[in-house]
Design a protein around this ligand. Sequence first.
Ligand code: KG4
Ligand code: ZN
Length: 370
Amino acid sequence: MKVLGIETSCDETAAAVVDAERRIHANLVLSQLAEHAPFGGVVPEIAARSHLDHLDSLIARALDEAGLGFAELDGVAATAGPGLIGGVFVGVMTGKAIAAARGLPFVAVNHLEGHALSVRLTDGLAFPYLLLLVSGGHCQLAAVEAVGRYRRLGGTIDDAVGEAFDKTAKLLGLGYPGGPALERAAAEGDPGRFALPRPMLGRTAPDFSFSGLKTAVRQQAADAGLLDAGPGNPAARDLAASFQAAVGDVLEDRCRRALALFSRRYRAAGPLVVAGGVAANRYLRARLDALARQIGTVLVAPPPALCTDNAAMIAWAGVERLRLGLSDPLDFAARPRWPLEEMHGEMHGEIPGEIPGEIPGAANPAAAKA
Ligand code: KG4
Ligand code: ZN
């Protein structure tokens, strides 16, 4: 079974062909970085227009690279949300048009499900697993039980972690895109130089909050004269490293708590999976890897190129759905908002943050001390 995947939900135009044997026949990503860089962030109208300009030829190139024609495909999968709706429309309309013209089944893929299932493409991982999904717009913990079955454990109450990376990088003038630029600067900085808060550490429910951290970084940057300082400034690199270490502490603590809740429900210590753009960060991967080992499980993470937005994960979600006999009608409406636990109209509920009989606040004694 070979499926064409299309991804246009943010600032990457992507097309890929993947098969049910987990082979990636082609995986092309066209970044719009240069188009958005002058604005310091993604401009939705520019993104949509650029997807429209490039998607057709990118799909043709992907098929060419895979050595396949439309006739050899078994389905078309396109990101149908959540995301910037203008771009999502471009991908969905293109996918539907190919499906209609070629009589192929169409799969409307939830972008978050694409990230969530990507470790099954790269590592053939079995269900269930605990997923930490960290990207520019999302930060959540969910138990992945099956294709389409996601149970929420926690999420951010304000900013996504990728957003915190991007904003911190911007205010320190580290470069665009912010996440990778901040990681590079932090690698040469002293994480102990600036004292920053660790929001939500030790809380019972595995939720996140990053706005307080962001504000603290802004204050310290202003006090130390580091606004727009740039990566050449050693103190700016120290602040970047201090920020990244604070994020590492928070992610480790929240995942530790979620793993406890997960093991209670599924009688399994893990595995822990990290996906989404922020999962490309090597420092954070190392922190989560250490946590998983400590707990007696493993961290599974896609290679960095499959953590950031790509169409291979969308094609793979298509494979997973099609082989269960799931496809979508050609009048499926794109969704700007589409929570993971609300897949195709089904709600799969939450795993409560409290363990009966547990003393509140004693969820993670090690963290409470820190
Ligand atoms: O999954 P993704 O490519 O797009 C969304 O669905 O949001 O994630 C993009 C986010 C951006 O906020 C970007 O700064 C962040 O992932 N990111 C990183 C790194 N690479 C990308 N954050 C930290 N360190 C990185 N190396
Ligand atoms: Zn994404």
